[in-house]
Design a protein. Sequence first.
Length: 379
Amino acid sequence: MHTIFKSEGNNTYLYDHHSRLCMLIHPSLVRCQKDKNEDYYSAKFEYLRQHLLQFDDCFTLTRKVTPQMVFDSLATTPSVVFEVTDMCNLKCKYCAFGEMYEMGRDRHFGNIEIEKAKLLLKYLFNIRKVQLNNEFMIGFYGGEPLMNIEFIKEISEYALSINDIRLNLKFSMTTNAILLKKYIGYLSEKEFELLVSLDGDSLSHSYRTFPNGKPSFDIVLHNVDYVKSHYPDYFQNHVSFNAVLNDHSSVSKIYHFIYNRYGKIPEITQLLNKNVRNEKMDAFNKMFLSKKNSENEYLNDNTKVIQSSIPHVSYSEEYVDFIKDYSICSLLPTDFINDQLELYYPADTCMPFSLHNRWLILASVTETSVSSPWSWLHN
């Protein structure tokens, strides 16, 4: 479903409900749905129709967004992600909340309030509309979410206990795997979709250190190997990997290490290249490695371990980045271009907005963010 609407300034916008992309468009693009004589905009319209959007069910919004429209959207939301804690047991050198980025300056460490999270879940379950796909994903994100395992357990059990409408509940989490061995029993029992942050071999993973500077690689590898050997079915069906590309690694090295050791094709993400502190720019430039260039090297490598390579999406990601920068929608999931890459995971190594997400609500550790999804209902 797509909505075309005009602002008070008479600008025309297109909102895509699937990708949650809102972009400024030329009015002629709207007319192209009926009039094919405008050659320039007809070509643009045809490209969008074939490659990005489906205009068949497009309609024009002639009224303001109402509380009922917001309510209907909440009643069909497919997932919720809880930022369960700001705390982390690692101090990765490239962390978006660390010393390299502006976001790390005013980071406050704390845990989310359980009762507010329960209130949100209860409200969403109460208004939930029955759908053909009645799946509902609850994700947990940090910091390192396993540092607040009590919240994860209590919310998971609470969701199961109030599931009177028989939602197909699923749980997901991103973890650095430091505490994985300790809590794998519970995670496997509840069949958590688990995304493990592993950058490759020891050198590739070397930026992921403890606060005292000691490397985390041996502990991470030991814990992941433990899950593979003691919970083989769970590992096969519910564990995936994400690696952050850096100057110590390459797409080829990451694929070879993770695929050869675990039989998994990892998601590979590039260092966040925005909001870098001016005084850290030299360190960032040294650490940064272009995913597109590294992928090209891998695709030209005759010795590549994965002969049927995963879809090459870097060029699509560049387009998405462009749209993000010139759109009023800042949280754009990249899966609107490539639906077969859609994943349930709420986050990658540090940032919740860089994987292919399916969430609508992010409940944060801050009181304002947690309460905001339902505050308008009390007015």
